[in-house]
Design a binder for this molecule. Structure first.
Ligand SMILES: *[C@@H]1O[C@H](CO)[C@@H](O)[C@H](O)[C@H]1NC(C)=O
Ligand SMILES: *[C@@H]1O[C@H](CO)[C@@H](O)[C@H](O)[C@H]1NC(C)=O
Ligand SMILES: *[C@@H]1O[C@H](CO)[C@@H](O)[C@H](O)[C@H]1NC(C)=O
Length: 500
């Protein structure tokens, strides 16, 4: 059997009719996750953290979800069940254009540098604009079409997805509307939920616009439009809590063992079976005959799921001085958790980029590792770090600062808002609701759910509209600047290789 996500997705959707098969799928869910979950770790099952203050009170027939907030104008509780099967009217739906600072408000601070890539991702359509035909041309590659009109959200679903990545991706769109009511423009977009980018630039003639398709990552040969992945709102199947909650736990977890007292090796824990490059990495594990300074462990998700994820708590994995990041089938959601440890990330060179990794600089936020000579490269990076401890700690701190500051949830929403705003400027037509699409709202998504899914929705619900402007998006790269940026990245890799 081929355990590709496509098959998993079709298995999930085609089998959902019979209880027996559903049961089977649930059973296999644990096995699937062993295939794809890259990160070493998952949050513990106790969700009693300071930020996790969402309260569910459920009575027999009516439930209400109360989401307390420290901000001034918090949203009221969601009313469950959904009244009359109809989503409530959006609070505000007069569009306030972005980037029009008023006389009374100072201009907002600049967004992190990786926001510049929004322009690069949309460049294939910069001269043609985006027509309805182009969007519909992506239909064959999309899991769903999402349309936003007047602050309301409509879903036209084509294919199911692996686990709940579709649910938490859509939840993210709805939370953006809560973060910035009245600021999200009308939209019409196609989204693919699989790992691998599919819109190959080489398949289109110069001047011919490819179909615009949103997904989680791309590489240099593809023109998929990258968007934050579902794990920012939570990954209930493997106990990965919403990013805002986890970021706080990681910060605390980090303080448990000082860097100097951590094991002086490079640590990785994950699923080695998802890609040949991970199989290759495993060869660097410590053995009777070799010590490449690598301590590598494979993650048994079946056991983790049964054991309540006790040995996969992300916040208690900052125990080694170095942490290895390696791609899975494509990008891996584990990167942000690995970077958060204050231990330098040894990043095995990868061609896959998600929205934020384009802001990382080798030698500053991480230490690059050659993918064609992993063992020696890891050994020399660790040897270098142990004999240049101040410099190594600085790299570890800088990687963690990046995720704590530049990747905080506020900026994830700002990235979404700027990307969608720039995308909507390219639309050459007025989006309208496709026939058969259903309206989505937080009530329609959260009310019917239970368990960890509902818990994570409460934990990632935006508690109040943001009371400040989004950050100001930096100007696009000029062609010279982009060349220069890419060259400086290559130079930095060469520089770090010289340290070793
Ligand atoms: C959970 O939080 C509550 C209130 O903050 C506290 O009283 C309780 O002891 C906590 N429980 C656990 C298991 O940490
Ligand atoms: C629900 O539907 C009924 C019948 O159509 C209508 O009278 C009532 O006002 C509706 N309630 C809400 C909250 O929309
Ligand atoms: C790597 O070696 C350690 C120590 O011998 C062992 O415990 C671990 O299971 C090995 N990892 C893998 C993935 O085989």
């Amino acid at each position: 059997m081929d355990w590709s996500p496509k098959n998993a997705a079709s298995a999930l959707s085609s089998s959902s009719k019979t209880v027996i098969v559903v049961f089977l799928v649930l059973l296999l869910g644990g096995f699937f996750s062993t295939r794809w979950i890259d990160t070493s770790s998952f949050g513990s099952s106790s969700s009693n953290t300071s930020l996790f203050t969402a309260i569910f009170s459920s009575t027999h027939l009516r439930q209400s979800i109360t989401i307390p907030s420290s901000k001034q104008k918090p949203y009221g509780p969601l009313t469950c069940p959904l009244q009359n099967n109809t989503c409530p009217s959006p609070l505000e739906h007069t569009l306030v254009p972005l980037l029009t600072p008023t006389a009374t408000t100072p201009p907002p601070p600049s967004c992190p540098a990786f926001f510049r890539w929004i322009y690069e991702d949309l460049r294939p359509w910069s001269s043609t604009g985006i027509t309805r035909d182009m969007v519909e041309g992506a239909r064959g590659k999309a899991n769903f079409r999402l349309v936003m009109v007047g602050g309301r959200t409509y879903l036209d679903k084509y294919h199911g997805a692996f686990q709940t990545r579709d649910v938490f991706t859509l939840w993210g769109f709805l939370q953006l509307l809560r973060q910035y009511p009245g600021r999200v423009p009308d939209l019409d977009l196609m989204f693919n939920l699989d790992d691998l980018p599919v819109v190959r630039a080489a398949d289109y003639r110069p001047g011919e616009a490819p179909p615009p398709l949103f997904r989680y990552c791309k590489d240099d040969s593809t023109v998929d439009i990258v968007f934050p992945d579902w794990s920012f709102w939570g990954w209930p199947e493997v106990n990965i809590k919403p990013w805002e909650v986890l970021l706080e736990e990681l910060k605390k977890g980090n303080e448990r063992v000082k860097w100097k007292h951590r094991e002086p090796h490079a640590y990785w824990k994950g699923n080695p079976w998802v890609s040949p490059t991970r199989q290759d990495l495993i060869k660097c594990n410590v053995s009777d005959t070799n010590d490449w300074n690598a301590r590598l462990y494979s993650q048994d998700w079946v056991q983790e799921t049964r054991g309540g994820f006790k040995s996969s708590d992300l916040a208690s994995q900052c125990t080694h001085r170095y942490k290895i990041y390696i791609e899975g089938r494509a990008w891996s959601v584990s990167e942000k958790y690995i970077l958060a440890c204050n231990s330098p990330t040894l990043l095995v060179n990868t061609g896959f980029r998600d929205f934020f990794t384009r802001g990382l600089m080798p030698g500053q936020h991480y230490l690059p590792i050659r993918s064609d000579d992993k063992c020696r490269s890891i050994k020399s990076a660790v040897d270098w770090g142990n004999s240049h401890q101040k410099k190594a700690q600085a790299v570890g701190k800088e990687g963690s600062r990046f995720v704590q500051e530049e990747l905080k949830m506020e900026y994830v929403y700002d990235y979404m808002l700027h990307l969608l705003s720039e995308y909507s400027k390219l639309l050459r037509y007025r989006p309208s609701v496709p026939e058969g699409a259903v309206e989505l709202c937080p009530e329609s998504m959260a009310c019917p759910r239970g368990g960890r899914e509902k818990e994570y929705m409460a934990g990632s619900a935006v508690k109040a509209p943001r009371d400040a402007e989004p950050c100001a998006i930096p100007a696009p790269f000029s062609p010279g600047e982009l060349q220069e940026f890419l060259r400086s990245k290559d130079d930095a890799v060469a520089q770090v290789e010289k340290w070793n």
